[in-house]
Write a protein of this length. Structure first.
Length: 151
């Protein structure tokens, strides 16, 4: 039987009473994380905000945690995450912060404890490296990209 990997979570003082990241349903691949703002903040249309979560993580070597938008915020308010998916590397120990952007038409008021992102743990191919080569093997697709299939 394979042993379960653990992500250690460190709570910072401004995350008091906030839940640690957690799956909201048994089939969820992502764990919701909340805003650790002391007071509500307003993000106007076209603006962005760096939102603290109040948590630091110790991610096992060979893994990363991807930071992804919540579909409900995107659909209902036009609020998403810039630099998505964001990557939290296994050797990073600082506070995770989320770059929220308001692409909607109305100001968005973010309240303390509101779920703002999903954290998705992923295995990474740590044994790969880049090596320069004068030529590459041929494929059927070749250099076709950006709509090359016509669909």
């Amino acid at each position: 039987m394979q042993s379960q990997k653990i992500i250690s979570v460190k709570r910072l003082p401004h995350a008091k009473e906030l839940p640690i990241p957690q799956k909201m349903t048994p089939g969820s691949s992502g764990c919701d994380i909340s805003a650790a703002v002391e007071e509500s903040i307003t993000i106007k249309p076209g603006e962005r905000a760096l939102v603290p979560t109040g948590f630091c993580f110790e991610i096992p070597t060979g893994y990363e945690v991807q930071l992804r938008p919540r579909s409900g915020l995107a659909w209902k308010h036009g609020v998403t995450i810039l630099n998505t998916p964001g990557t939290i590397d296994s050797d990073y120990r600082g506070e995770v912060k989320v770059i929220l952007a308001n692409l909607g038409t109305e100001p968005f008021v973010l309240k303390r404890g509101e779920r703002i992102a999903q954290l998705v743990p992923m295995a990474v191919a740590a044994d790969l490296e880049f090596k320069e080569n004068a030529s590459l093997t041929e494929t059927e697709r070749g250099i076709g990209g950006f709509g090359h299939t016509g669909k």
